[in-house]
Design a protein around this ligand. Sequence first.
Ligand SMILES: Nc1ncnc2c1ncn2[C@@H]1O[C@H](COP(=O)(O)OP(=O)(O)O)[C@@H](O)[C@H]1O
Ligand SMILES: [Mg+2]
Length: 482
Amino acid sequence: MTLPVPMKTTAPPSMGKGTLSRQLVMRTTALVALVTIALSLFTALASFQILQNQLDDRLQSALSRPFDRSGGSSAPAGGSDPTGSGLIRIDTVSGQSLVSAKPDDLTEAGIARLLSLATSRVPVTMPIPKLGLYRVLVQERELRGVTVTTVVALPYDEVTNPLTSQLMMAGLLTLAAILLSYVGARRVVERSLRPLTRLAATATQVSNLPLDSGEGHVPIRVAPADANPASEVGQVGQAFNHMLDNVEGAFAARHRSETKVRQFVADASHELRNPLASIRGYAELTRRGAEELPGDAAHALGRIEAESERMSALVQDLLLLARLDSEPTLDLQPTDLTEIVLNTVSDARAASADHIWALNLPEDVVMGRADANRLHQVVANLLANARTHTPPGTRVETALSRLDGWAVISVTDNGPGVPTEIQHSVFERFTRADVSRVRQAGGSSTGLGLAIVAAVVNAHGGRVNLDSRPGHTRFTIHVPLA
Ligand SMILES: Nc1ncnc2c1ncn2[C@@H]1O[C@H](COP(=O)(O)OP(=O)(O)O)[C@@H](O)[C@H]1O
Ligand SMILES: [Mg+2]
């Protein structure tokens, strides 16, 4: 068994656009990205709340410290101060404002802005000229009969700075996570889908097998490593192998039954030859005393002879077809095709003087790679058809030529042509025109002549064509040159 390996495996690149692997990798990466981004945002939000609450607590404690009338120190010294640097405190008593704590850059406009705030119980965030964002709390209280309005403010940096660095860190981590998950998912997916690619390659190999001819042997299987049912892909591989087993089994069964039928036809044809020979022998024996036979008995004898002759031809054709089917091995030798054409045409001349037999041969001898006996039969069948399926006086030209490495033999007649309704199937077995027409022509029609032509020419690796219309019918066969 030769293993045909004309593999043009068209497996797409493993990460091609729209492939399953690409989709898996993209979706995994997208999911990881989504989760990390959501996580970062959530923690950032939580941190923001905590930091702002801390700041607000410090505003409250700055507020609750006793009013320092001496005031004026721009920045509280030392780390013992719970309010930290940047604190602004302005106390207003009956229209008189006193700034008891302030950073150097606090301008008059800034103070005016702070004083313009209405009293509120909750801290607000606002920009202060030259200083940036500040968290501000304003409180009003009665102190020994006088209303004291106190404004405390702390730089909002203490919330934004740690938050910014946290967000930057989270961004970097997110990027790293995305990159890592992309690389990881790609590796995992590629590795787990690789057996699938091999499976596709195997399927392509099988689809390239010539299963229509031969014993239908399927010598290809998925490798055992890819047919391990422990994984999903392995299950596909296993199912694929089972399917191939099944297909091969079916082909083998079909081949066996076909072989049986062929053998039966061959045997039957063979067995029929002897009784047929006896019938013809007895008919001939009876004909010797034909003068004594009554008229209708003589007619019946004629029919017996004609029909047994027809049956002999049929049996011979069947036997030949059965042989060509079962062992199409021909004896292919360099063969003188010119000689074959000359011989068959001279046989045809002898068989019918009513037809005009023309020849068209090249100057030199044409040698083909052919089985001389079988090819002789092919040309003889074509000429017999031209003789039996055309009226007397028909011109039949047999031509031989070379064309592109082929020897071309054509038989052309100017008879009525092959009926259109059978032209498509004329090379199939038992295809023939209306039987009565043939009977009139006196031929012994079996409908197997052209089937034999096709089978023999195919076994030569050649081909046969028909081109027919009323007044022009041409059968052309191509066989390889020697
Ligand atoms: N040269 C031809 N002219 C017209 N009809 C033809 C010719 N050759 C073949 N045919 C048609 O094709 C049919 C099939 O031919 P063939 O297979 O040789 O069977 P058979 O000759 O035994 O009938 C014939 O019955 C006939 O109708
Ligand atoms: Mg014929």
